[in-house]
Design a protein around this ligand. Structure first.
Ligand code: AMP
Length: 219
């Protein structure tokens, strides 16, 4: 089933986890702007150099940089089979630009899923999150330890630089200030589909699929 989706939610709401699973199961492109930016920083591109300082502080990268990045990514062929945007848009100007771009490409959005999780659960999740430095694989401290080998690639498990307590707090503030207004924006566009994002990953996954009317038997 072809779909063009946006996932909204606070940092730690589980957007990345859900996006990855859905994209794999249904053959959609998974577009995480956070991952694209971290790649740009690692590769030392001009964009990476500009974005790094914002990311370290938990601030948003300026809209004009984001828009160029997303335009380029959405023009790739793999997006024709459907895509899931994870971490973009984060501001109303980004959402307006996205609508314009997708209009031009004749690929309008089908749904915007907003994942609702309370702050305590989000903070608990982020402060335990470990990610692979190479492939983005995610797990929790407890299930693995910092500096363990990644189970799926030759990389190492680390804590993201912006998952330190002070930066987590700032990212949540930024979310409240900038991103929450998107919920209203998409409600007005009649695209918003809120889902309860609390609890276990499999339960959230089932709720999202049901909400979107996605087949659960795949292949
Ligand atoms: P994420 O992996 O989605 O939590 O993103 C990590 C960081 O990348 C954010 O804290 C921002 O600094 C930056 N970032 C990612 N997506 C965006 C966006 N759509 N607009 C502005 N900054 C972004």
């Amino acid at each position: 089933m072809m779909k063009r989706l946006v996932l909204l939610g606070a940092p730690g709401a589980g957007k990345g986890t859900q996006a990855k699973r859905l994209a794999e199961d249904y053959g959609w492109a998974h577009i995480s702007t956070g991952d694209l930016l971290r790649d740009a920083v690692r590769e030392g591109t001009a964009l990476g150099a500009q974005a790094e300082a914002y990311m370290k502080k938990g601030e948003l990268v300026p809209d004009d940089l984001m828009i160029g990045l997303v335009r380029e990514r959405l023009s790739k062929d793999d997006c024709r089979e459907g895509f899931i945007l994870d971490g973009f848009p984060r501001t109303v100007p980004q959402a307006e630009m996205l609508a314009e771009l997708l209009d031009e490409m004749e690929m309008p959005l089908n749904d915007v899923v907003s994942m609702d999780v309370n702050d305590e659960e989000v903070i608990a999740r982020l402060s335990k999150r470990l990610v692979c430095s190479e492939c983005g694989f995610m797990t929790r401290e407890g299930d693995a330890q910092i500096e363990d080998a990644c189970p799926v690639c030759p990389g190492t498990l680390i804590r993201r630089k912006d998952d330190e307590p002070e930066t987590i707090r700032r990212r949540l503030e930024v979310y409240q200030e900038s991103t929450r207004s998107l919920i209203e924006f998409y409600r007005r566009e009649e695209l918003l589909r809120p889902v309860d994002g609390s609890g276990l990953m499999d339960a959230v996954d089932a709720r999202v699929r049901k909400l979107l009317g996605l087949p659960t038997e795949i292949g």
